[in-house]
Design a protein around this ligand. Sequence first.
Ligand code: GLA
Length: 728
Amino acid sequence: MILLDKENNVFTLHTQNTTYQMKADQHSVLVHTYYGPRVAGGDLSYLVRYADRACAPNPSEAGLDRTYSLNTIPQEYSTCGVGDFRLPSIELELPCGSRSADLRYAGCQLRRGKYALEGLPAFRGSEEEAETLVLLLEDAAAQVRVELYYGVFEPLDLITRAVRVVNFGEGPIRLRQCASLCLDFLRSDLDLITFNGCHLMERSPDRAPLRSGVQGVDSIRGASSHQHNPFVVLCDHDAKEDYGLCYGALLLYSGNFQISAEGSQYDNTRLVMGINRYQFCWTLEPGQSFTAPEGALVCSPSGLGQMSRQYHRAIREHLIQDPYEGGRRPVLINNWEATYFDFDADKLVDFAKAAAPLGVELLVMDDGWFGKRDDDNSGLGDWTVNERKLPGGLKALVPRIQELGMSFGIWIEPEMVSEDSQLYREHPDWAFRVPSRTPARGRNQLVLDFSRPEVRQHVYGQIKAVLSSADIAYVKWDMNRSLSDVWSAALPPNRQGEVYHRYVLGVYEMLDQLRRDFPHMLIEGCAGGGGRFDAGMLYYTPQIWCSDNTDAIDRLRIQYGTSFCYPVSAMGAHVSAVPNEANGRTTPIEARGTVAMSGTFGYELDPNKTTQEEKEVIKQQVAFFKEHYHLIQRGGYYRLTDPFANGPYTAWEQVSSDRREALISLVATSLQAAPPFQTLRLKGLDPQLTYQVNGGDSYPGDVLMNAGYPLPLFHGDYQSLQLYLSAI
Ligand code: GLA
């Protein structure tokens, strides 16, 4: 619910459990007054206090009032160079060369339904589901208008934000920074949680008390990156899964981002999140506008678990566009780890012959099917079928797979080019390179300049032809190196600061085109595993390959970290062969299945190399997953243990919305002789109900939550459990 008090210029956003408030004060400065657990409201500006602080500049409107300073007042969208020395949200380069921005409130609009952003991913909400508030700010000297957008999804405690900057002056303006959101807190006793890692070990949570000064995460790799994720949490020092005040801040963006938290004087905190300032400079000619990517806040007064569950629902119900909406996505088998580049049509048909009777429904042909591509040194950019491997093309292969009862999917990497390719020989200038420099290779490939429409159109034309040549049910869109040598031959020197962002817009545009041309095709995102696992990509690709690391034990950590923001239905996860490719570990197939099942679920092994017993296990796993699909993919997700705490096991739980069903998953990660008796306390059940476990014994919900479920004694490495609870 959005409340406008136009007389006092107070704007209050209420969600089910939270309240967010701003006020345009006596000098038309937009002050942030409150964000936290739901309160009755009224004008909360008395929470903001004023004192004469030495050395703090006072804006001219304040006259001789030395207690009024932008440097101490909580700002809704911080300015630059005019007296607030904390993190700016916007920096304008004016025709005179000044780099400053000064904003005053100029009006508001209220709308039913959620605003949309052209060319950028954004949460969607109908008139019944969401409301929009637009606050207009103006920099009179710069002749620039800043529109702050707020989308309010009441039951989800979700507040989205976006910013549009309009140049209504007569000369060009350059945007040096345009953050998606700024959030000021009148406290600094907070922890900051970020999600960090590397290729093969993505999104490990890192939690530390906020310090004085600026701290945060970013990417300058052209993608959101394996190293940091565009999602952070600020929370009470003692916040836990089920307790404490937590603020999640998510950026819907897949390129260079920056999230900075500043612990400032007088125990205040500022969070600023948006496109990275690194090399960013965007020219706005008179009449032009720029839109910053969307940010999405969830405040949970009752712990991290509730925050995550709200994000999961919001992403599932209002962000992703799922061609299987309401239905079930197929269980797949991917040939990558089993064959790498060494496959042909007959080998793929043999995969399908062995996988179909196990209940697997989709065969995904990974890298190596196109151009001249027998290793990763050539072929990218030539998206035509290699007829030596696949005689007769997809037209001949796909019906052979379909006859076996499976659908067919394919791997692509549209943004890249190998120097050894037809495309590169014809258009060497289409790859990023700085004039007179030799570009750096990554995986022996270069990056195409996707900021240029003609480059995108050419690549898309080839890919569309391949996808139209047969019945393709699925595409895996990969991106296997970070951007370097970023310079576009299509833009003048003074506009090179736009290239990184135009690249991301180009990727989004092509993904959107792909989705519109093939609305029934499932698209999985991927970037060397989980190097572009973000909410921007999820808007176009309902699932993303979580990591190239398929080891079940490492995956416990990767999927745990990922779950703080992103739902199970977004996490690409497969059972692969052992010893694992990434770390050499051997785990039982049951444990591998239990872990991969809390993801999109599939296999990445040669089904012809599995034993009869393994085949039986796979059959049961697939059947179990299909039977409990909705509970697993849409149930409320509870983290029961922290795999980074090095306890004896990792456990998690999914609970149906009516609380009549639950699935507990557990993998034992360390073992000792004479083990203690362990009980696992469950969450989210109905205390009044009694639950039957795996069709056997029954236990009351209140006992399962307060005393726990008595676990068996484990014998042997990496034992696992799946307990299906149904109310009787
Ligand atoms: C990336 C992906 C893998 C696989 C290879 C193919 O590394 O993450 O799953 O598709 O590329 O080259």
